[in-house]
Design a protein around this ligand. Structure first.
Ligand SMILES: Nc1ncnc2c1ncn2[C@@H]1O[C@H](COP(=O)(O)OP(=O)(O)OP(=O)(O)O)[C@@H](O)[C@H]1O
Length: 738
């Protein structure tokens, strides 16, 4: 193996021959596909365009293939100038180098002699590329991105038309909602005072609630435990109280509010937390603070929804089509839509939601802007929140906020040049889950710091190192050299409490209740074994109760621990780790399965992750089930394997599914960080691979760390990979945001 980037040839001055000859270009793309640097789909687009429009110049075909390739990597368009600056980033080059026998030319060789002007010139082809600035007339497959007012820093971009359309749709519908902020602060101030305790300095939750009540479109972003759910529950109470307390009785009806999340798992998690929060919310003062006679408390509480659905269900997804039942012609019937975990919503879904939303309905997005975005193209929340850190509130908003909350906005968040979008975004800045004594919170913070404003890569690495040096009670670090080290087995089976201060004993939570020391997978397998019902038949209805209770206990125990990793392939990816962990659990006596079953079969105790929505079974991408053995009534003594899933409607029911009916599942002893978004585990082990990889970024590490609730073990398999990861950021290219 030779490093791919060794001995890079000098950048040629002349355009590469493939740029002047379409046949040569298509042959080159073929070689890139053969290497896995480009997808066959990307080349197919270039071939199609060439067939339809034979005079299309080679640089245009190349740009089309590269724009298509970016979609597979999460970018909605190709940034031409950035591509010319670092051409090799435009393809999926193997990070550890390639076997360089007969290497195809690198993108840097091909694009080296091309100037931005020449490339743009080649894209001026009315048959294939429309100008976004002119509204992209016609039906061309490609659109050149226009620089929107206030977005001058964006360079020329090339879109596949569909994605340009999504971006336009999102921008237009959000902008329309930004035009109409309500400015009556007085009524709001009384209601807000009833919901939030008085504070001397600005309470960001109160400010977020105020801003979201003011604008028909609002974003509330914040890290883990900063109170996004708490704030939105208060917001919904406030909006309902105002609606019910309206002076004009015929219009005093409760708002139709829907709550949704991108995945079943995220919906179930919000379901649990929101129901608890609504029950615990004191509404006495609020109910008395609105309307002339106040509103009836039970009616108000009843009007705050607790049921969370998935976006697919909300929009009415139909099998085998990407079209939904609800769209502009058949809009959703609601007044307020709240979307949690909005960082996971891709551009196509966000456009579908906005299109199906009635123009008068409010939209509130909740999420952590710093988390990994969806695997699909588009990081909508991240793009919208690019300026959230700095606030950028105009004097008018600042005055209004002070009137509504009773506290002045600190001056560093004022900006006379603030954009309309800035006024609709609130960032929660205080974590109520992780205090100063939490290593998880400190590590998340150190990893998340952006590399700008005088914070160098070296300083950032030092800050991360210092967190580990402080021996926080909730944080452990494990260094492994090989996958078969006993320490890895100890971690996955027992949770490796020895890695934590005092073996994880003696910790208490904020209320003073003891925190259970860190556990491994043995825990759910032990619950599986010890709580197995004694009934000899798995009946229907009531008879099934003991089995449902058992499955619920096993699923709950399973959330105590999860190993996360960055990659799919190799010994440190899920493909290597899953059978490895299965064997470790078998050696420890907790699983009974052959090697073949561990690799590709079914066995009792197998945890599985659904990887594709299955509407027939009512299972969603991201759902986790556990395989359990049930008694077979027809053949006493024999067992039947069924996979138990929690019903995603928050009802607590169990869905039992035949393994053979599950079309898209994978074993989930190890889970990729991408798939873990929207989930939370009491003890999370985050395993980093042993070699640099472009997938290993600060967003990925931050997302992995913030999945941990009480305990985090960071597993390093190669020197310096944590340092490497925390200083690399995901670059997303889009035209959204300020
Ligand atoms: N202002 C506050 N004062 C004290 N505790 C709070 C406050 N706000 C939230 N909490 C508590 O902090 C915890 C986290 O709050 P919440 O679930 O609302 O945060 P979140 O941002 O939605 O979290 P997640 O990252 O899980 O989505 C909860 O236990 C909540 O009761």
């Amino acid at each position: 193996m030779k490093d791919l980037f060794d001995d890079l040839p000098d950048v040629p001055e002349q355009p590469h021959p493939a740029l002047g000859d379409t046949a040569a270009l298509l042959a080159l793309l073929e070689r890139w596909v053969a290497r896995g640097w480009l997808r066959a789909l990307d080349r197919a687009l270039a071939v199609f365009l060439h067939r339809e429009v034979p005079d299309a110049p080679a640089p245009l075909l190349l740009a089309a293939a590269l724009a298509s390739h970016q979609l597979g990597r999460g970018h909605v368009c190709l940034d031409l100038a950035a591509t010319l600056e670092a051409p090799d980033l435009a393809l999926s080059l193997p990070p550890e180098g390639d076997d360089l026998s007969d290497p195809p030319p690198l993108p840097s060789e091909v694009l080296g002699g091309l100037t931005l002007d020449a490339w743009q010139e080649a894209l001026t082809h009315p048959g294939l590329v429309a100008d976004g600035a002119q509204g992209a007339p016609g039906h061309t497959p490609l659109v050149r991105g226009a620089t929107a007012p206030g977005h001058q820093h964006q360079g020329p971009r090339l879109y596949l038309r569909r994605y340009w359309q999504y971006e336009q749709e999102i921008r237009a519908r959000i902008t329309a909602r930004l035009d109409t902020p309500a400015d009556d602060a007085a009524t709001l101030a009384t209601a807000l005072d009833a919901l939030f305790p008085t504070t001397a300095t600005l309470d960001w939750q109160k400010a977020a609630c105020a801003l979201a009540a003011r604008s028909p479109f609002a974003v509330i972003t914040g890290g883990p435990g900063t109170g996004k759910t708490t704030t939105v529950v208060k917001l919904l109470a406030l909006l309902q109280a105002l609606a019910l307390g309206r002076a004009d009785p015929p219009s005093a009806r409760p708002l139709r509010i829907r709550l949704a999340a991108p995945t079943g798992k995220a919906a179930a998690r919000l379901n649990d937390s929101i129901a608890g929060q609504v029950k615990g919310l004191s509404l006495v003062e609020l109910a008395g603070a609105v309307g002339q006679q106040g509103v009836d408390i039970p009616t108000l509480r009843e009007a705050i929804p607790t049921e969370v659905t998935t976006l697919h269900r909300l929009l009415g997804s139909r099998p085998d089509t990407r079209h939904f039942r609800h769209h502009a012609g058949n809009p959703l019937t609601l007044d307020v839509l709240v979307i949690d975990e909005a960082s996971m919503v891709d551009i196509e879904m966000m456009a579908a939601v906005l299109t199906a939303l009635p123009s008068r309905a409010r939209l509130v997005l909740l999420g952590d802007k710093d988390q990994l975005a969806s695997v699909e193209a588009g990081a909508v929340l991240g793009d919208l929140c690019q300026r959230a850190e700095g606030g950028h509130y105009t004097p008018r908003t600042a005055d209004w906020l002070e009137a509504a909350t009773g506290t002045p906005l600190p001056t560093q968040y004022h900006d006379a040049q603030g954009q309309p979008l800035d006024q609709a975004i609130a960032m929660l800045r205080v974590s109520h889950r992780f205090d100063a004594a939490s290593g998880i919170g400190r590590l998340a913070e150190a990893v998340n710091r952006p590399l700008d404003g005088g914070h160098t890569a070296k300083e950032k690495r030092r800050a991360v190192r210092e967190v580990f040096e402080k021996a926080y009670a909730d944080l452990a670090r494990l260094r492994l050299n090989e996958a078969d080290e006993p320490a890895l087995d100890k971690l996955v089976v027992e949770g490796h409490p020895a890695g934590f201060v005092d073996g994880g004993q003696g910790r208490t939570d904020r209320r003073g209740d003891p925190i259970v020391p860190p556990l491994g997978y043995r825990h759910y397998l032990e619950v599986l074994r010890t709580r197995r019902p004694t009934e000899t038949s798995f009946g229907e209805g009531e008879d099934r109760q003991p089995f449902d209770d058992w499955a619920r206990a096993v699923l709950e125990a399973h959330c105590q621990f999860q190993l996360l990793c960055a990659l799919r392939k190799g010994p440190w990816g899920i493909e290597g780790l899953n059978p490895h962990i299965g064997r470790a659990l078998r050696r420890a006596g907790w699983l009974q399965a052959s090697d073949l079953e561990l690799e590709q079969g079914w066995f009792e105790g197998r945890p599985v992750l659904v990887t594709r929505n299955d509407y027939g079974l009512g299972l969603m991408n991201g759902d986790i089930g556990i395989t359990l053995a049930l008694p077979d009534a027809r053949a006493p003594g024999r067992k039947l394997l069924r996979v138990a899933f929690p019903a995603s409607d928050g009802s607590g029911r169990i869905k039992w599914v035949l393994p053979s009916r599950l079309q898209a599942v994978e074993t989930v002893f190890a889970m990729t960080v991408h798939k873990s978004q929207g989930s939370e585990f009491t003890h999370t082990a985050l395993l980093l691979p042993d070699a640099p990889n472009p997938i290993l970024t600060r967003e990925l590490v931050y997302t992995g760390i913030t999945r941990a609730r009480d305990w985090l073990t960071v597993v390093e398999t190669g020197r310096g990979m944590l340092d490497e990861a925390v200083t690399r950021e995901v670059m997303r290219v889009s035209g959204l945001g300020n």
